[in-house]
Design a protein around this ligand. Structure first.
Ligand code: HMG
Ligand code: MG
Length: 298
């Protein structure tokens, strides 16, 4: 059965912008976060405390985190792959962080420069330190429906890594179709395997839309009981160096789908669509939300 309410995790300021090759000003990022909060998003992934050599676009993580205009009832989170990142994030007053692992060995090596087992060992002290500071930790698993280097990924492997993160203390596990290759039946089977190890209420769907399947995949996992969806305003994201790669499923499209299903989100779709129009103009990117484009043309 479908959930009555769904919480959107807005990852546009992080996942959406992290691959942009041209520097985006801190002021633009702050205004984006501001506008998303004003549109009713209650959870915004605002920054990423990773190496600036690896991800130059997120190098201003401290400035972003410290200068947010915090709204009541909105959680502003950041990625922290290791203790160094976590300590910096804590200094900036972060209230929630996320660690990110993968179901694929090859992807883990390329993304965070270590094996899956090594990554889990690295996350353990991050969890301990965060918990001591009263900061909640979300856990990502990437490549849950396919890997750019390994191809097919076994649902059992996704379940294994998800379970490890959950048992370590991550309060929620976000299942990432990193390269957007999944299809609905695959998504359902993967979720069946994972939900045998981690309760459905502690799982989130993080789907990219490279092959145009994200909404279809979401429909299926919502029906299975997923009630947390990661998305990016205007469908921002994707690697400009990888032909055809695209961003997260667009937040506007997810809200439109949920509205049609009678599922509450607390989000003002018009304000969200205006935000998508504004940010895509500000950074010179096409608006990849069909709903956003349609609403802007009215
Ligand atoms: P490493 O090189 O193995 O780490 O990187 P290291 O500990 O050997 O450190 C090397 C250098 O990085 C040192 O600097 C460190 O100080 C620095 P140097 O001495 O050479 O000048 N360093 C850091 N600087 C700032 N913040 C830090 C930090 N840690 C080390 N936290 C590391 C390991 C994980 C840091 C690196 O591989 C990295 O930053 N990777 C970035 C990965 C990334 O951000 N990927 C994108 C996000 S994940 C994603 O998009 C998927 C997701 O959306 C879900 C999905 O779609 O599937 C979440
Ligand atoms: Mg992602």
């Amino acid at each position: 059965a479908f959930p009555k309410q769904v919480r959107l995790v807005e990852v546009g300021p992080r996942d959406g912008l992290q691959n942009e090759p041209e520097p985006i000003s801190t002021a633009t990022k702050l205004e984006l976060i501001d506008r998303l909060g004003a549109a009713g998003l209650s959870y915004i992934e605002a920054a990423s405390f990773v190496s600036p050599k690896w991800v130059p676009q997120m190098a201003d993580h401290r400035e972003v985190m410290q200068n947010l205009a915090r709204l009541d009832g909105v959680t502003y989170a950041a990625l922290t792959p290791n203790l160094k990142g976590l300590e910096a994030a804590l200094e900036c007053g972060v209230e929630e962080v996320a660690v990110f692992g993968a179901a694929s060995e090859a992807f883990s090596q390329k993304n965070i420069n270590c094996s899956v087992a090594e990554s889990l060992a690295r996350f353990e002290p991050v969890l301990e330190r965060a918990q001591a500071a009263g900061v909640r930790v979300r856990g990502y698993v990437s490549t849950v429906l396919g890997c750019p280097y390994e191809g097919e990924i076994a649902p059992a492997k996704v379940a294994e890594v998800s379970k490890a993160l959950y048992e370590m203390g991550c309060y929620e596990i976000s299942l990432g179709d990193t390269i957007g290759v999944g299809t609905p039946l695959k998504a359902k089977r993967m979720l069946e395997a994972v939900s045998r190890e981690v309760p459905m209420a502690q799982l989130a769907a993080h789907f990219h839309d490279t092959y145009g399947q994200a909404l279809a995949n979401l429909y299926v996992v919502l029906e299975e009981g997923i009630a947390v969806v990661d998305s990016s305003v205007a469908g921002l994201g994707g690697c400009p160096y990888a032909k055809g790669a695209s961003g997260n499923v667009a937040s506007e499209d997810v809200v439109y789908l949920l509205n049609g299903l009678g599922i509450e989100t607390g989000i003002d779709l018009d304000k969200l669509a205006d935000t998508g129009t504004w940010i895509t103009q500000a950074i010179g990117r096409p608006n990849r939300s069909k709903v956003g484009v349609a609403l802007a043309a009215r």
